[in-house]
Design a protein. Structure first.
Length: 318
């Protein structure tokens, strides 16, 4: 896999200030955090993570979700969910709606905090507890040309380049590329596919679905019904949607301004080119007129060529 692959956005739906339907849009990071930071939904989160992580977990505890840089110039690292497991492992969960060119570097940056904050087992003993960075992306990542386009969940570790030998088990990256998930409800065959389908499409549904085969998925869907939110959570949800609406409106306006500026620059450049072409045409006409007069005076063609810069054929055609 190339180290510098970039991301492509595959948008699934627009956002309005008050949301898109009766369900919370789970792919907006603030909403994902709103639902899964609720202690009542902890086991739903455990079930979801067990579907995508390379190793299973039984329980988790939500930790403080903002890690401050050790130096003042370092950016704060804010995780959507920072989970501590009973055996000391850490799971950082991120949700990203829009693609960005530095997204993979951002995930790597986030991974440094739960590693550097671990306490040493003893002096000079740097044995680390595993750290997992799990990212739910509302787009598809760019991979090598032989990548299976239907592969939604990918997992990475640190390995030796030539033979794939694992250097350490302390750091894992998991990407759930919802931009690659295209199945419809009637095609779902597993708990993972049900989780992915409702995470991606729930906010567009117009009614609460019945007969979901998997308990955890059913509980997630019910927890995401807007009308079922507590007054406090509803206030946070509305704030999240306003913020998201404002953010996307600003981006749209910036694109439109850039487009308008580009058009204006293009028109100005066109006018300059037109002026230059007009001057060039004027000079050509002037040379032709001079050559015509010299020719009428009987001056030889070689002299006219040298004086006007016109070719012999051009002069003969006058």
């Amino acid at each position: 896999m190339q180290n510098d692959f970039i991301t492509k956005v595959r948008m699934t739906k627009p956002v309005t200030e008050k949301g898109n339907g009766i369900f919370v849009d789970m792919l907006i990071d603030g909403n994902f955090k709103l639902i899964f930071s609720n202690p009542a939904n902890k086991q739903i989160l455990v079930s979801l993570l067990n579907e995508v992580m390379p190793s299973k977990i039984n329980d988790l505890r939500l930790a403080m979700q903002e890690k401050r840089g050790r130096q003042i110039q370092l950016k704060s690292s804010v995780f959507d969910l920072d989970c501590e497991l009973s055996d000391g492992r850490t799971v950082v969960v991120e949700v990203q709606f829009n693609s960005r060119a530095d997204y993979l570097d951002r995930m790597l940056y986030y991974s440094t905090w739960p590693i550097s904050s671990q306490k040493l087992v003893s002096e000079n003993n740097y044995t680390l507890k595993d750290v997992y960075v799990v990212s739910f992306c509302n787009f598809a990542l760019e991979h090598d040309k032989d990548w299976d386009d239907s592969k939604v969940v990918s997992s990475y570790t640190i390995r030796e380049d030539s033979n794939g030998e694992i250097m350490t088990n302390a750091l894992h990256f998991v990407y759930v590329e919802l931009g690659r998930f295209t199945k419809e409800r009637g095609e779902l065959k597993s708990q993972l596919e049900n989780f992915l389908y409702y995470l991606k499409n729930m906010s567009r549904l117009k009614e609460v679905p019945e007969n979901i085969s998997y308990k955890s998925v059913n509980e997630m869907v019910k927890a995401a019904v807007v009308e079922s939110l507590s007054p406090e959570d509803r206030t946070l949800y509305d704030k999240n949607m306003r913020n998201e609406f404002d953010l996307r409106t600003e981006k749209l306006m910036a694109r439109e301004e850039a487009r308008a500026e580009g058009l204006a620059e293009g028109r100005a450049a066109g006018m300059e080119i037109g002026k230059a072409e007009g001057k060039a045409e004027g000079k050509a006409e002037e040379r032709a007129e001079i050559a015509k007069k010299m020719k009428s005076l009987g001056i030889d063609i070689n002299t006219i060529v040298k004086s006007t810069g016109l070719s012999e054929a051009e002069i003969k055609s006058l």
